[in-house]
Ligand binder design. Structure first.
Ligand code: GDP
Ligand code: IMO
Ligand code: MG
Length: 428
């Protein structure tokens, strides 16, 4: 098995960072293919927490090569501050962090327009991360974006492209939002400083990955966001602006589908989402009060610090997102968070829905059908193997597996590496 894609099956924050960190030990190449610094992937190593937004989580291993693919959107300032964090943490990146010149640049007007549009939308706001992701992808699709290749061209080339773009972006800002325009000269000056700092990272990522796959070296593709945030198949319009599915990984990394041998879907054993939009199994106030608080459950957004909304596991949704991604096996995370509950619910379907609702109104109105499972009321945090889990916890997991229709490959019982119960060893 030479390449594995790791994707989120819910609304993001499933624990993809931890799973990538576990698998990166045995991989040589780690690739981010889509999204931008809206993503926040956390890993915990010997009590130290690392948070990644654009840089692949596998960078903490000195043996890995890490790639930021052409389908991503790069905020240079944010990428540089992540790189600074690496240096502070004594993680070397020289010669092993590569950036595709195809990636689009997130510019300050993208961030501004993201925030202004959210304000204008008022009660119908998406609840974006405010990082300019939507406006940047919008320009990409509208064929007026700036790319890493432009930033790393001659200063005259970048200035000309930026001035051309600003000529209509500024009109939009002034006329639609009554906002002051951007000055091309000072913005260009700022970005050319970033250019010099990023220049050494630029590489033909697509070719490097092709050659690596021909040598049968192990490649890990690190999905960002989750299937229900996918721009086509997610809970539209409450979604992000990229394709978050395994298919999107091919398009974003510039690799053919035959180069991905296996897809691992990551899901929490409950559901969360941050931002607005439907969450059919969202906990009622009384149920939420029985759940560990947000800080204890590590349910504060990695990127924005917002409280994540919490719901019961939605197996109807999981079946749908397993289908969209062609998932081969499941990595189930955060079992320990359910340790103290008396009862745990699983949603097996929505009333009057034979298939997963497409329209947002139908999804907002969805009435979950629940089955109730007894809690195991024992700590799973110190358990070392699947067989040692309390019987009720194993029954709960077995039921998820049955409803999902794909095998569980690992169960996570804490944020640290060691808190992992393996049922399948990857790359073997
Ligand atoms: P990602 O975006 O999918 O990488 O997930 P995030 O890192 O944004 O959020 C997952 C959070 O849960 C992080 O704080 C992780 O450290 C934490 N986490 C991951 N797996 C487990 C687990 O099994 N148990 C607990 N308690 N925390 C976990
Ligand atoms: P990771 O990779 C959770 C959500 C935002 C918002 C919607 C659109 O850490 O799982 P955007 O800024 O992308 O235009 O916001 O998508 N969102 C995420 N939620 N995890 C993420 O990434 C997310 N990236 C975007 O909260 O609801
Ligand atoms: Mg996250």
């Amino acid at each position: 098995m030479s390449s594995i894609a790791v994707v989120g099956l819910q609304w993001g924050d499933e624990g993809k960072g931890k799973v990538i960190d576990l698998l990166a030990k045995d991989a040589l190449h780690i690739v981010r293919a889509q999204g931008g610094n809206n993503a926040g992937h956390t890993i915990v190593i010997e009590g130290r927490e690392f948070r990644f937004h654009l840089i692949p989580s596998g960078i903490v291993y000195p043996h890995t090569n890490c790639y930021i693919g052409g389908g991503t959107v790069i905020d240079p300032k944010s990428l540089l501050s992540e790189i600074e964090e690496l240096t502070k943490n004594k993680i070397s990146y020289t010669g092993r962090l590569f950036l595709s010149r195809y990636a689009h640049l997130v510019m300050p007007y993208h961030r501004l327009m993201d925030q202004l549009l959210e304000k204008v939308k008022g009660t119908t706001a998406i609840g974006t991360t405010g990082r300019g992701i939507g406006p940047c992808y919008l320009d990409k699709v509208n064929r007026c974006g700036l790319r890493v290749a432009d930033l790393l061209g001659t200063p005259t080339h970048f200035y000309t492209q930026l001035e051309k773009t600003l000529s209509f972006k500024n009109r939009e800002l002034e006329k639609l939002y009554d906002h002051a325009p951007f000055d091309s000269a000072s913005l260009c000056e700022e970005y050319l400083i970033y250019a010099e700092k990023l220049r050494s990272l630029a590489a033909p990522v697509e070719e490097l990955l092709y050659e690596a796959s021909k040598r049968k070296e192990r490649i890990l593709f690190e999905g960002a966001q989750g299937a229900l945030l996918d721009n086509t198949f997610g809970s539209y319009p409450f979604v992000t602006s990229s394709c978050t599915l395994s298919g999107g990984i091919c398009a974003g990394a510039g690799v053919g589908p035959s180069k991905i041998a296996q897809t691992v879907g990551v899901a929490k054993v409950y559901t969360t989402r941050v931002g607005n939009g439907p969450l059919p199994t969202e906990l009622k106030e009384k149920e939420l009060s029985l759940f560990p608080d947000h800080a204890a459950a590590r349910e504060l957004g990695t990127t924005t610090g917002r409280k994540r909304r919490i719901g019961w596991l939605d197996a109807f949704l999981l079946r749908h997102t397993i289908c969209l991604n062609g998932v081969d096996s499941l990595a189930l995370t955060k079992l320990d968070i359910l340790d103290d509950l008396d009862e745990i619910k699983i949603c097996t379907g929505y009333k009057k829905c034979s298939s997963f609702p497409v329209s947002i109104d139908a999804l907002l109105a969805a009435e979950p059908i629940y089955e109730v499972h007894p809690g195991w009321k024992l700590s799973t945090r110190t358990i070392k193997s699947y067989g040692e889990l309390p019987v009720k916890a194993r029954n709960y997991l077995r039921r998820i597996e049955e409803l999902a229709g794909v095998p569980i490959a690992l169960v996570s019982v804490g944020p640290e590496r060691a808190k992992t119960l393996w049922l399948d060893r990857f790359f073997e």
